[in-house]
Design a binder for this molecule. Structure first.
Ligand code: FAD
Length: 536
């Protein structure tokens, strides 16, 4: 096949036809000469709002490939870099590998280990996605939190109730393997070529269930409502885990993929003197606007709106106090969600469904924090810093899991916040179970509030209306990444204090987001596969 890169195609109803016409025109071919066309990459170029373009990389075949390649130096032969499965090791595996946590890291480690015959046992403290959905819905409707099964804990991990954005900055051939698994398990094919793929929480739930069934079909085992409450380490070697019900499961290969919110397990690691260190993260609020404001700012008023879907944004700013301020996890046409996992705390995050067709756009507006900002030198000081903010937000919201909200203009001190002003807004707050108008300018340390104010004003210069009276803030966003790193050897990926224990994914501080956590899961699984023979 021939590869054509950066093909600019005007956005129109029939994309396939538009791409074919562009190829024929650009490389002077008759339509009948063009055979197959395969989309490899697709992004949007909206710099010229009057004529928004798709930018495509395509592979195609014709009845005159050789002449075409000779005549057009910018065309190349299409070469595909494919992920290759690891080579199995030779050491006999005494006991089945264990994976703690069934989020993206645990799921994709489980997929590869079971596919290659290592029959992993996966332990997840939360419920299956079906039961978990009931618990989460009940929390959002009634404010009754299930601390074991919620937006952070349960089948599929933290990202299940999300926008399901499958974007990542890492360049790793395993990303392709992850997307392949997603498509095999029910995600739309387009995620393999869209520049910003997303699948939404509705599609993600089905995919997660299919991943579970595939692991079981390949000989793996998934246990829900099964919390690991202790790690058994003898002479620096992991030998098994203890479960909440007291049972012990023996294994000398344990992948620890617990996510950024497993605070009781972080406490256990400290107690067991497993090497952990504090790491930087970010805190802030969720901001909401009418999606129409964002669509207009990004795409203008063209008719192509429907073909482009709800617009997104990514904004950054360096505050005068040196802090980075940036928007994060933007959810077009979505909702702000209650993402608490411990009682007496309010935590926000964002979610959309595949269609992204809700009235509001939302994202986190975050300010960077580092271990220097946390009191004392306890490795868990960052985790306590997060918790303190969440408890304050809980109180500010009325101690009933309602979230404190404030208009951007009030936070910027451009007017006084009041329920009346709040009710005049067109943007309807989406956080459930409910919100209460509050003044949270004293919620954060001064350096965060200052930087956030500066950032909001700067973002208002990039997107008209961002910092004006149609902007609503909901507090508090703290679970932006893990507050600790569980230290591991860069080669073996094993904990520096327990051989056979593989700190993995976001919770261990080696990934951020669905794709990079899944890739880290595959990496840890490869290490086990390359050392040991499969069980079957
Ligand atoms: C609401 C929300 C929206 C998000 N949106 C996106 C998005 O659109 N795109 C994106 O890329 N990222 C998104 N993220 C981030 C993404 O979800 C995480 O980066 C990713 O899930 C991390 O994967 P992980 O497997 O490392 O950890 P997690 O997904 O956190 O999974 C860890 C699992 O371990 C389990 N566990 C913890 N402790 C124990 C224990 N002791 N015993 C047994 N099980 C245990 C937990 O219950 C959990 O299910 C979002 C996160 C949230 C919360």
């Amino acid at each position: 096949m021939i590869r054509a890169n950066q093909l600019k195609v005007t956005v129109q109803k029939d994309r396939e036809k538009a791409i074919r016409q562009k190829l024929c025109k650009q490389y002077r071919m008759k339509p009948e000469q063009l055979k197959s066309v395969l989309l490899r990459k697709l992004s949007i170029d909206a710099r010229d709002k009057g004529e928004i373009k798709w930018v495509c990389n395509v592979d195609f075949t014709t009845d005159c490939d050789d002449q075409l390649l000779k005549k057009n130096k910018q065309l190349t032969e299409a070469v595909e870099n494919l992920y290759t499965l690891p080579t199995k090791g030779t050491v006999a595996l005494g006991r089945r590998p264990i994976i703690i946590g069934f989020g993206p890291a645990g799921m994709f480690a489980g997929l590869l280990l079971s596919e290659m015959g290592y029959a992993p046992i996966i332990l997840e403290r939360g419920e299956s996605v079906e039961e978990r959905t009931k618990s989460v819905t009940e929390f959002w409707e009634t404010g009754v939190l299930n601390a074991s099964s919620n937006v952070q804990f349960g089948e599929g991990g933290a990202g299940t109730f999300s926008d399901g954005k499958l974007t990542t900055r890492i360049k790793d051939i395993r990303c392709q393997k992850v997307l392949e698994y997603f498509v095999d398990c029910g995600a739309p094919e387009e995620i393999t070529y869209l520049n910003k793929p997303h699948i939404g929480t509705d599609v993600l739930k089905t995919v997660v269930r299919n991943i579970r069934n595939r692991i079981i079909a390949d000989g793996g085992e998934v246990r829900f409502n099964t919390q690991v409450t202790d790690l058994l380490v003898e002479k620096g070697q992991i030998s098994g885990v203890r479960l909440e019900n007291g049972d012990v499961l023996e294994s000398d290969q344990v992948i620890l993929a617990i996510g950024h919110s497993a605070r009781d397990t972080f406490e256990l690691l400290k107690e067991r003197q497993v090497d952990i260190s504090p790491k930087p993260f970010a805190v802030g609020v969720r901001i909401e606007h009418p999606q129409s404001i964002i669509d207009y700012a990004q795409y203008g008023e063209g008719e192509t709106q429907d073909l482009l879907g709800a617009a997104d944004y990514a904004l950054t700013y360096q505050a005068s106090n040196g802090r980075a301020v940036y928007t994060f996890c933007m959810c077009p046409g979505g909702s702000v969600v209650a993402a608490a996992s411990e009682t007496g705390q309010v935590v926000t995050n964002g979610m959309s469904e595949y269609a992204r067709d809700k009235a509001n756009a939302n994202s986190a507006v975050l300010v960077s924090v580092t271990p220097k900002d946390f009191a004392g030198d306890d490795p868990l000081a960052g985790m306590y810093f997060q918790r303190a903010l969440e408890e304050k937000a809980f109180e500010l919201g009325g101690s009933n899991y309602y979230a404190p909200v404030m208009r951007v203009v009030d936070f910027l001190g451009q007017s006084s916040c009041s329920d009346k002003a709040l009710n005049r807004m067109t943007v309807e707050p989406t956080y459930r179970p409910g919100v209460s108008s509050s003044d949270f300018s004293a919620l954060f340390p001064e350096f965060v509030t200052e930087a956030m104010r500066e950032g909001l004003i700067a973002f208002g210069k990039k997107i008209k209306g961002f910092d004006m009276d149609q902007g609503l803030l909901t507090a508090v966003e703290t679970r932006t990444s893990s507050p600790i790193r569980i230290v591991r050897d860069n080669e073996t990926l094993e904990s520096t204090s327990a051989t056979g224990l593989y700190p993995c994914g976001e919770g261990a501080g080696y990934a951020g987001g669905i794709i990079s956590s899944a890739v880290d899961g595959i990496k840890c699984a490869e290490r086990i596969i390359e050392k040991y023979q499969p069980l079957k």
